[in-house]
Design a protein. Sequence first.
Length: 500
Amino acid sequence: MSEVVPLVEMHGISKTFPGVRALSDVNFSLLGGEVHALLGENGAGKSTLIKVLTGALSRDTGDIRVAGNKVEIDSVAAAQTLGINSVYQEVNLVPNLSVARNLTLERQPRRFGLISWRRVNERSRVALARLHLDIDVERPLGFYSIAIQQLVAIARALDRDARVLVLDEPTASLDASEVDMLFQILREQKARGIGIIFITHFLDQVYVIADRISVLRNGRLVGSAATADLPRLKLISLMLGRELEPLSSGRPLAPPAPVGAPLLAAEGVGARHCMAPFDLTLRASEVVGLAGLLGSGRTETAKLLFGAIRPESGQIRLDGQPVSIHSPRHAVSLGFGFCPEDRKHEGLVAELTVRENIILALQTKRGMLARLPYAEQQRLAEEMIKALAIATPDAEKPVGQLSGGNQQKVILARWLVSRPRLLILDEPTRGIDVGAHAEIVAMIRRLSAEGLALLVASSELEEIVAVSNRVAVLRDRHKVAEIAGDAVTRENIIQAIAGG
């Protein structure tokens, strides 16, 4: 039998940005009539590889073949001419235009030089019928749900005579029934011979829909196999870059697990398209870790408890009493603190000084009418700079000019001066150097010993193991396990993430 020619072949693809090697000699292939899942953590190179294939970025080295023929894809239009189309998580259509206009934008059928709106509508109905959609094509796109908008975007791509369909996180905003509907459509497109590249963080979905899986890590292809031949544990090991081997050094001794009534208890708390209902408790002097792969729901869980995302189900109790945390401001007034993952955009005001950033939370608790005297601001800032060893010449330096580790310390200082009862840390050591990393880990332990309750969300399993009394394990936006005491090991966490 003759060998099947891949629909797409990418050989030796490399791409470098200033100071960053985004892709290094990556090989990737896609067959007609298959769903090929492209997986990897943040910064693995998935988006860069797809942008090279779809003409949004030029490659430094390597070549691309479509149906065996070497091609040059130097623009998005060139990719679309070859039948390569992409649909992103954020639907890149115009919500105030009609469904029909979105479907045929830039490709409206004309008669005597004028757009034939009758033919536009007819063509749109035919395109949507392929996906079993029967909706009013003359209504604005924004009238319909995100799921319908995603399907309209897919119908638009298929209407371009697509041979390759790239789907980037297509299910991120869909519920279970909408995911099932999308997957049925994908299976029908497979049967028509269309090749589908499926980028997602939902591993359960990968094993439902994908025929093959390729894994990128740090810009390199680290594995590619048929889905049936790649067990979940092996897949997670490829993504994390760690095999399941016993640690040479044991888990650092954590303080005894606190006993007594919980400070905070979440019961069935969740939000549609965000996080499935979960239960979680925290006690004073306890560190609870949130572990899971990217997209598992770590940040969503943290924001639900802090009021940055409004819960749609369940109840939160504080000291045994029901509370409705309707905003971050309310959470702060209850004694909560939150250090976000994206410190530059959600945590700091770069143009303000170290002093001004440190006193923000305390000033919020006091209210704008009870302004904190400047001398007191200066005293608190200097105290925190010394206590946390923040590397700054003085408290009046703009915080945006500090290093990443010192910026993280400023956010911690902000909450410490407000004397919180519960501190939520989302990726507290991301993007900081090794020395600052060790200091932050030591600080978490110290704060716990001083009676503070901490919820620590991190993608670094060693970090979670080092600081946590208990670990809540998340997968595909569900809490799937809770591990406590001596059972908190990297191996047990990975087993839980994999579903074992």
